[in-house]
Design a protein around this ligand. Structure first.
Ligand code: ADP
Ligand code: MG
Length: 902
């Protein structure tokens, strides 16, 4: 066990002898034994013993020690005021952090200051703005299964900072893995009987109370939030996942400290009520099949959120080119749309209508954008308000946002399309909430909520009276100086204040004779004496008393206002939703107008019965990302239909094949997001699923060879694609010897064409594939030509019908600086081999990734089996060829080959 976690041995041995404070630390560590406990002692969060040694090293802070009557303990401290950056480092190092705050003022009650874990910070349950990306969600996931005829796996996803809560399930664990890739949760809890396989490596798996997944308990948990779970969720697995996830979120919120008089069960219940997250008001159940399916490979190769090339600019992604949102709310909404493109033509058209209308008016669009910049992150704001972590400034931020809502509504007053009209109606300016905050909270309140200065004059009569008393008292004191000077005739007499002695009257030594009877000596200084009078002390007590009571009352009033606002959580969330949608739509319209996109026509889907393939007709299409960086981008069309559904694309390296294929997929995807598309015109039938097998998406980091990755991805495509899938194959079959590669490529082409019927774009160097394409009725060929001009190779990046001719590699070679005699010899060889299948693999400028990935074939050792190490030979002999599929055989061979390389 990690020595940083759990109660330190040095303390556990003698718990009962520890000082009360150290006992408190020990007990909190025992209670939160899977988290690193940060223990507030005044202005510092302290850790002791093993935890201190670990944090000192990790955070590069000084290791000291604390000594008391029971011993000496290693100790570190980090300042409470800027703990956030330290906590971030602890999270990155894989720790969960339990923050134990002092929950009473020192001296408030006898004995040791009470402390409680007010929050457990974990990567997936962050709510601190400082630790979160503003324009993206941060999800924690739960996986649970249910026994049945078919084993169902459920996935629940929760963003604790915003309250977004989703659930889905499937009998296919791959389908769940795809959903996980979409939402990229940073942390997950997994039911004891479920597998964590669908989770990617960078997702932290957190051990959590297995009982929380028990169906009965999960049912109860879900119903306390959302009512009868059966009405909301599909099946036990989903209930179990959601219930456990809710409990985990409550746990992360922290609870009250353990009280020795209560039983564990009572503590647990009390904690659970205290941890209830009122702002979790919606749970959305969805079916993965409601959205365009994108697995991890497709997400990566289509560069939705992350650039593929390591050195690419960070914004060289689809979201990078589409995001012109003004608010964090809009940024997150847009990401969700891109993550989950739609299938339903009606829903797509509704968004397109709105985008079109907004595209039409620059003025409206720009004004809306300006207004939306003043919109705070309402989702996180109301979450904080509801969790009682908001200060007065947060309330003012809410109020300031509400203040722009009427203007946004006005801007949408003449909206024509249904979507925008609907949004206008949903934009509830929450006048009551705004009025409450305006009345109650001053316009520029301090950060602290316990030190007064928050509540506005006129809001509460008692408060005003207390303030009046304090003010009158101060006025009396202000007047005192003049008064006493006159009475005593001492011109240098001064009234002052210090925090130890309070108010005093100061008289310099030469004037001491003139001091009246009723002055009482308080303090003697070098040149003067300080006095008080009973009347002055009385006033002072009055002022201090009134001020203290005013601060307390202000705090109470503030908490009341905050909880009154918190009661409106659902209305605030609905408003946030509407604002987010407007922002995302304005963003799409802005991009459409600025970059000359067109509205795609959405081809109606035939009834589910008669699915008969896809229609994708694009004229003058551009790659949305590449066109932003490329000086002159050459537009290219695409014309795909059930009768022309498989295109074999040839052309030399660098001619534009990969770009073209991705551009077609991205245009389709954009259309399904409800965005305009970079093209002159586009007619698109919604695609159910996009598959990609793109050359450079090598899983080298994952430790698998290129060839295995390729086979794996291909197997998925062949198994799962259908007539409504769009398949991109980029140079499949390169990771193996040419003859095998060609064989595989041909077999795949035939299978996709004859059996699967998917719409396919296949870029290849294998020219015989073009001949195959001519034979298959629904296949055709496309190519990119290059031109030789005065020894220079000119890329036109223009797609044309038919197959590429010639052996480009050799022709491109001189341009790349290959010596003339080598080129000449290459030409001879090409001529000699003219009868053999022409394989265009010779381009020296071939993309470096592709080359580097060719598996190294070990130099052949003569003598065959004799030359093999015994273990490999034995394994080879035992292979039961009759019982292996070709892919399994290849897999085995690949493994053995790698054994030899070791
Ligand atoms: P291939 O896959 O045939 O090797 P790529 O698609 O990778 O070629 O394109 C190579 C480069 O050519 C791209 O990085 C891009 O800079 C440029 N390019 C590709 N298509 C176009 C186009 N239509 N217009 C302008 N430049 C393009
Ligand atoms: Mg390529």
């Amino acid at each position: 066990m990690d020595p940083a976690l759990g109660p330190p041995d040095a303390m556990a041995e003698k718990r009962d002898e520890l000082t009360p404070m150290m006992r408190q630390y020990h007990d909190l560590c025992a209670r939160y034994d899977d988290a690193l406990v940060l223990f507030q002692v005044g202005d510092f969060y302290e850790t002791f013993c093993g935890a201190a040694e670990r944090t000192a090293r990790l955070l590069e802070v000084t290791l000291t020690s604390r000594e008391d009557s029971t011993g000496e303990y290693p100790m570190t401290g980090i300042p409470v005021d800027n703990a956030e950056s330290y906590i971030e480092e602890l999270l990155e190092a894989g720790y969960r952090v339990a923050v134990a705050d002092q929950i009473e003022e020192p001296g408030e009650s006898p004995g040791v200051v009470e402390r409680a874990v007010t929050r457990v910070i974990t990567p997936g349950t962050l709510t601190e703005d400082e630790l979160l990306a503003s324009d993206d969600n941060n999800f924690v996931a739960a996986l649970a299964s249910a026994e049945g005829a078919e084993r169902t796996l459920a996935l629940a996803l929760l963003d604790v900072s915003t309250g977004d809560f989703l659930a889905t399930s499937s009998t296919s664990s791959e389908a769940i893995a795809d959903e996980v890739s979409r939402f990229a949760p940073s942390e997950a809890v997994v039911a004891p009987d479920a597998s964590g396989d669908p989770l990617p490596e960078d997702c932290m798996v957190t051990p959590f109370d297995p009982d929380a997944f028990a169906l009965e308990r999960a049912t109860e948990t879900v119903s306390t939030y959302f009512g009868e779970p059966d009405a909301l969720l599909a099946g036990d697995a989903e209930i179990r996942a959601c219930g456990a996830l809710l409990e985990y979120a409550e746990y992360a919120r922290g609870g009250t400290s353990e009280n020795e008089d209560t039983t564990d069960e009572e503590v647990e219940r009390a904690d659970r009520d205290a941890g209830r997250l009122e702002y979790l008001t919606h749970l959305t159940r969805y079916d993965p099949r409601e959205y365009l399916l994108l697995d991890a490979v497709a997400l990566r190769s289509l560069e939705l959120f992350e650039p593929r090339a390591v050195r690419a600019r960070e914004d060289a992604t689809l979201v990078g080119v589409l995001d012109e949102t003004a608010s964090a709310l809009g940024g997150r909404a847009l990401r969700d749309w891109i993550r989950r493109p739609l299938l339903e033509p009606d829903r797509i058209e509704a968004r397109l209508d709105a985008v079109e209308e907004l595209t039409g008016s620059v003025q409206t669009r720009e004004h809306l954008h300006e207004l939306l910049r003043d919109v705070y992150d309402l989702e996180r704001l109301i979450g904080r308000i509801s969790r009682e972590r908001a200060n007065a400034r947060d309330l003012r931020s809410l109020r300031d946002t509400l203040a722009v809502v009427p203007e946004i509504r006005d801007r949408l007053a003449d909206a024509d399309c249904e979507r925008l009209r609907g949004l206008r109606d949903e934009l509830d300016p929450l006048a009551d909430v705004r009025g409450l905050i305006d009345d109650a909270v001053v316009s520029d309140p301090p950060i602290e909520i316990t030190e007064g200065g928050i509540v506005a004059e006129g809001y509460d009569a008692n408060l005003d009276e207390l303030r009046g008393t304090a003010r009158d008292g101060k006025q009396w004191i202000d007047d005192l100086e003049a008064c006493e000077r006159e009475r005593t005739g001492i011109d240098s007499l001064k009234v002052g204040y210090n925090s130890v002695h309070g108010y005093y009257i100061e008289v310099t030594n030469p004037n001491l004779d003139a001091v009246p009877e009723n002055y009482q000596r308080r303090q003697t200084l070098k040149n003067s004496e300080r006095f008080v009078t009973p009347a002055l002390k009385e006033r002072e007590d009055e002022i201090v008393g009134a001020e203290e009571r005013a601060d307390e009352l202000e705090y109470e009033l503030f908490c009341d206002v905050r909880s009154e606002v918190a009661d409106e959580v659902e209305r605030v969330q609905a408003l946030a939703d509407a604002l987010a949608t407007v922002d995302a739509l304005v963003s799409l319209a802005t991009v459409a107008a600025q970059y000359d996109y067109c509205r795609p026509e959405i081809a109606e889907r035939d009834g589910d019965e008669a699915i008969d393939g896809l229609e994708i007709d694009i004229e003058g299409g551009r790659h949305p990302v590449v066109e932003r960086t490329q000086e002159s981008f050459v537009p290219n069309g695409a014309d795909l239909s059930p009768e022309r559904r498989l295109a074999v694309i040839t052309g030399p390296n660098m001619s534009g094949k990969s770009t073209y294929m991705r551009q077609v997929a991205q245009i389709v995807l954009l259309a399904q997001v409800g965005s305009f598309v970079p093209a002159e015109s586009a007619r698109i039938s919604p695609v159910d699923r996009i598959f990609t097998r793109v050359g450079a998406s090598d899983d080298i980091a994952g430790g698998r060879s290129t060839f295995m990755v390729e086979m794996d991805e291909l197997a998925t495509i062949l198994r799962e694609a259908d007539e409504r899938s769009l398949v991109l194959l980029d140079e499949v079959g390169r990771g193996t010897s040419t003859a095998d590669g060609l064989a595989i490529a041909q077999a795949i082409t035939e299978h996709l064409h004859d059996e699967v019927g998917a719409t396919t774009l296949f870029a290849t160097h294998h020219h015989p594939l073009t001949e195959l394409a001519e034979e298959l009725p629904a296949a055709f060929t496309l190519h990119f030509e290059v031109e030789q001009r005065e020894g220079e190779v000119v890329f036109h990046h223009e797609i044309a019908p038919g197959a590429a001719t010639g052996s480009y590699g050799v022709e491109v070679a001189p341009a790349a600086g290959v010596p003339e005699d080598v080129v000449e010899r290459s030409r001879e060889l090409v001529a000699e081999n003219a009868d053999e299948p022409a394989i265009d693999e010779s381009d020296p400028r071939a993309d470096p990734q592709g080359r580097a990935d060719e598996p190294r074939v070990p130099a052949s050792t003569d003598g065959g089996c004799q030359g093999l190490p015994d273990d490999v030979a034995a394994e080879l002999r035992e292979l039961e060829l009759a019982h292996l599929t070709p892919v399994e055989a290849l897999t085995e061979l690949d493994r053995l080959q790698r054994l030899l390389e070791e």
